[in-house]
Ligand binder design. Structure first.
Ligand code: ADP
Ligand code: MG
Length: 277
């Protein structure tokens, strides 16, 4: 199952505080994968927290599968939107990792054996199958983040929201998270990820939304957005390494992935020593 999400002129002000989202309109089609980037405080987390009903609009509308979140409970939205918090310790609460991952599907009405099977499969996907009996505190923060990811996978929701999924992950952890994103997207589910990791963004997302100051500053095809150098600079977002390197070498190619970089390297000038830019 695949569903779209839409923000229509969303504004959100924290009680007694800042207006963190100041008029965002954004449509994410069913099955699309979108990365949201921008510096700390840009309003990214506040925006996506509207998708599972943790936050309700100050004004404007948020639609999930065509229906306003205003009319639905957090429990109803949980069946549609899986949300992985930036800090997994806000999310994990059961006394074992296996029980934690089973909780979501149980809550959605799965039988105990179906929930257990889904949990086992999700834990295997994030390579924590051998830790199912442990208390979450016996894992590292980066492993706890992968437990939270497994919890959302086990719910098999049509929309998955990931808040900084690669933060704190080592290279293997990033690879696991990337594999999960690719497989969720391959199943036609809608993926929205907030990330500070531009290489992860360039390699696994088709569309990038740049936020700053509670507003969308750029939105479009990944390569096109990373070409908007001035906008990125104002939003304090640095383009992916490979793009910066290609620009540095004076290449015309704009590679986003290692494969594209290698491919471009066969066509671009190789005599680097004589270039004076
Ligand atoms: N619970 C909160 N109460 C009050 N202000 C908050 C809260 N959470 C975030 N903010 C403020 O809202 C703004 C946007 O924050 P946030 O959505 O977390 O941005 P980002 O995820 O892009 O770093 C910031 O100015 C932040 O300080
Ligand atoms: Mg955030």
């Amino acid at each position: 199952m695949s569903i779209a999400i839409e923000f229509v002129d969303l504004h959100f002000r924290y009680p007694g505080g800042v207006e963190a989202v100041r008029g965002v309109s954004l449509t994410v089609s069913a099955g699309e994968r979108v990365a949201i980037v921008g510096e700390n405080g840009a309003g990214k987390t506040t925006l996506v927290r509207h998708l599972n009903g943790i936050l309700r609009p100050t004004s404007g509308t948020v639609l999930v599968g065509g229906a306003s979140t205003r009319d639905r409970s957090i429990a109803q939205l949980a069946a549609q939107v899986g949300y992985i918090f930036q800090n997994p310790d806000e999310q994990l609460f059961a006394s074992t990792i296996g029980a934690d991952v089973e909780f979501g599907p149980r809550n959605l009405g799965c039988t105990p054996s179906e929930a257990a099977a889904r949990a086992a499969s999700a834990l295997a996907t994030v390579q924590l199958q051998d830790q199912a009996g442990l208390h979450p505190h016996h894992l590292s923060p980066s492993e706890r983040k992968r437990v939270a990811l497994a919890g959302v996978l086990a719910m098999q929701t049509p929309v998955v929201v990931l808040d900084e999924p690669t933060t704190g992950q080592d290279a293997r952890g990033v690879e696991i998270v990337a594999g999960v994103v690719d497989s969720i997207a391959a199943q036609g589910r809608t993926v929205v990820a907030i990330t500070h990791d531009m290489d992860f963004c360039a390699e696994h997302f088709d569309r990038v939304v740049v936020m700053a100051d509670g507003l969308v500053q750029a939105d479009g095809d990944t390569r096109a957005v990373f070409d908007q150098v001035g906008t990125l600079e104002r939003a304090a977002v640095e383009p992916p390494q490979l793009l910066r390197l290609a620009a540095h070498l004076g290449w015309h190619a704009r590679p986003l992935t290692p494969a594209e970089f290698v491919d471009a390297s066969t066509r671009e000038p190789r005599d680097l020593g004589t270039r004076v830019d």
